[in-house]
Write a protein that binds this ligand. Structure first.
Ligand code: HEM
Length: 560
């Protein structure tokens, strides 16, 4: 098989290169005509020099020591908040300034409400009409229905509230892992503790009655692996098929090989999802006549809800599985990454940790063994710490890609229909023009001229206080709701994350308890400066090196 692929590759490669060069020639001529025809105004946004034949600007994003969101910020610093990059064959509009983000995500919300085609999503969650989940579905009737269904039943404020007891149980279970390490004076791998916790919280909400994925066991490990593989395949710039669609079409055998990895992943998902759906079907109880029975409604997990609405929404099993996969992937990795970064920043900034611990302790009844969700209401500093973490480390730094449905005008530039859009949420959160004090060091017009990275210092600092105005933060999720375009960890517009309430409360309750029950130190011999914040890029970013911290118990937690 490998030899056949090689022969085909050697035979087809020269033809392919010739075709791509021809295509490139035609594109350059068309681009020049379009720019000269429009003059400065109404032309395409600026593009950095250094575009290469065939790969375009791909090397500027992919090659080098920085992950793509950092490279893209450097490009923006030199060429502006709106830049056009040709990645492979595909034009990409990179949005890195709050003003440009507001025009794209608010003024032209409709034009940019779709997702670009993704070869991996087509296989993992796709059907005849494209992806059948919510996150990758193209804008249209199917997406509207699926999103309505998800938003009304899983992450709605009422449902999130009804799940608080289950969350508290999962917090207790996670704390037990830490208690054991504290008793033995051992370091814990923070990602492992918070990853297991978030996994169990999401599983409790999605497939509550089923223990298939929950708690230590093989299936939970498998689920974790599947989620990581999904974020690797769906994120980033490594999908040849997405950036070279003609290559994918012409070199079918190679395309099949690329697709092989994704198909194997999809098959593994199918086994787990079919098993848990079957389990639910077998155990299904007829719904009580009285559909308003709140208790009964609250006790149903998301799979119960999906199955009961399957006929009304005309959902196939394939579509049910696509939506479920979305919930596991979108709900799990994002919150656990946020928790890990929060702990990393707190250990690097001990004065913040001390202040936060004082606030948590003073807002929790004396003698109470754990913080409850009711206690969180008055913890303004905790909410500021979570916001500051998401500002500096948005778990999906480039959000999810969009595509322009129609030709439109953005800040005087013409954006052709079919342009992919990358919003760099990571760069928005560190834009020194937007974030306190950083402006002191900047001449007003420096953005367009390029800047000395040294002057990004303050915007790069972890300062939760910047979210506290007159001793108060606005309600926990207000700043996240996509109205403030310098801070978009959950995106904005019609495709904004529907899981904000769910994600934020999951992060807040776990973080509060980790700091209420324990003091945290670095392993012996390690200094704060030794903490390696190098990131691994994917749909979500994560720390490359394990964050190992030594807990010391502050109070007894009954974890039996
Ligand atoms: C800290 C936690 C989370 C973060 C930082 C986060 C971030 C994001 C971002 C940036 C997007 C893309 C928005 C856009 O294109 O404008 C998104 C979409 C999405 N998120 Fe979240 N998310 C989190 C938690 C959750 C949870 C808990 C769920 C579900 C239980 C969820 C479900 C989704 C779905 C379904 C979409 C796709 C929305 C669409 O395309 O219409 N997320 N999320």
């Amino acid at each position: 098989m490998d030899q056949i692929v090689l022969v085909l590759f050697l035979f087809l490669f020269p033809i392919l290169v010739a075709l791509l060069l021809l295509l490139r020639f035609v594109t350059v001529i068309r681009t020049r005509r379009s720019s000269s025809g429009n003059g400065n105004s109404g032309g395409l946004p600026p593009s950095p020099p250094g575009q290469l034949p065939i790969i375009g600007h791909l090397h500027l994003v992919m090659v080098g020591s920085h992950p793509p969101h950092v490279s893209l910020r450097e490009i923006a610093a030199r060429h502006g908040g709106l830049v056009l990059l040709r990645l492979g064959q595909v034009p990409n509009l990179v949005v890195s300034s709050p003003r440009a983000a507001e025009v794209v995500l608010r003024a032209h919300d409709h034009a940019f409400a779709s997702r670009p085609p993704s070869a991996a999503a087509d296989i993992l969650v796709g059907g005849a009409a494209g992806p059948y989940d919510v996150a990758w579905a193209p804008y249209g009737d199917y997406w509207r229905q699926a999103r309505k269904l998800v938003a009304a039943h899983l992450p709605s404020a009422r449902k999130v509230h009804s799940l608080r007891r289950a969350r508290q149980e999962e917090v207790r279970r996670a704390l037990a892992m830490v208690v054991a390490a504290a008793a033995a004076s051992c370091a814990v791998d923070v990602a492992e503790v918070v990853g297991a916790f978030v996994n169990d919280v999401v599983c409790a909400a999605v497939s509550g009655r089923s223990l298939l994925f929950r708690h230590a066991g093989r299936n939970r490990r498998v689920l974790r692996e599947l989620i990581l593989d999904n974020t690797r395949l769906l994120g980033g710039f490594n999908s040849i098929c997405d950036y070279f669609p003609i290559v994918a079409m012409l070199l079918t055998p190679i395309y099949m090989l690329c697709a092989g990895t994704t198909t194997r992943l999809k098959n593994r998902w199918d086994v787990l999802l079919d098993q848990t759906i079957d389990e639910h079907v077998m155990a299904a109880k007829p719904l009580h006549e009285d559909h308003n029975n709140q208790q009964e409604e609250d006790s149903r997990d998301f799979i119960d809800v999906l199955l009961s609405l399957q006929q009304e929404y005309c959902l196939t099993r394939h579509q049910v599985k696509a939506i479920l996969m979305d919930m596991f992937v979108a709900g799990t990795d994002t919150s656990s990454v946020a928790l890990e970064y929060a702990m990393a920043e707190l250990i690097k900034n001990p004065h913040v940790m001390t202040k936060l611990q004082a606030e948590i302790t003073s807002n929790t009844l004396k003698g109470q063994e754990m913080v409850t969700e009711e206690d969180l209401d008055n913890m303004t500093y905790l909410k500021a710490v979570v916001k500051e973490t998401l500002r500096l480390h948005p778990p999906t730094p480039l959000m999810l890609p969009r595509i322009s449905l129609d030709k439109c005008d953005v800040n005087g530039y013409t954006i052709p229909a079919g342009t992919r859009v990358i919003v760099n949420a990571w760069a928005l959160g560190r834009d020194p023009k937007s974030w306190d004090k950083a402006d002191e060091f900047m001449p007003e017009n420096a953005w367009a001229l390029g800047r000395d990275p040294k002057s990004w210092d303050k915007a790069d600092e972890f300062m939760p206080e910047r979210f506290i105005h007159c001793g108060n933060t606005s309600s926990s999720v207000d700043d996240f709701k996509g109205r403030d375009f310098k801070f978009l960890p959950f995106g904005a517009g019609r495709r904004i994350c529907p899981g904000i309430n769910f994600g934020v409360v999951t992060v807040e309750i776990m973080l509060a308890n980790l700091l209420y029950c324990f003091d945290w130190d670095l392993p012996t011999g390690m200094n704060r400066e030794d903490i390696d914040m190098t990131e691994v890029f994917g749909l979500t970013v994560r720390l490359k090196e394990k964050l190992l911290l030594v807990p010391r118990s502050l109070r007894n937690v009954d974890h039996t």
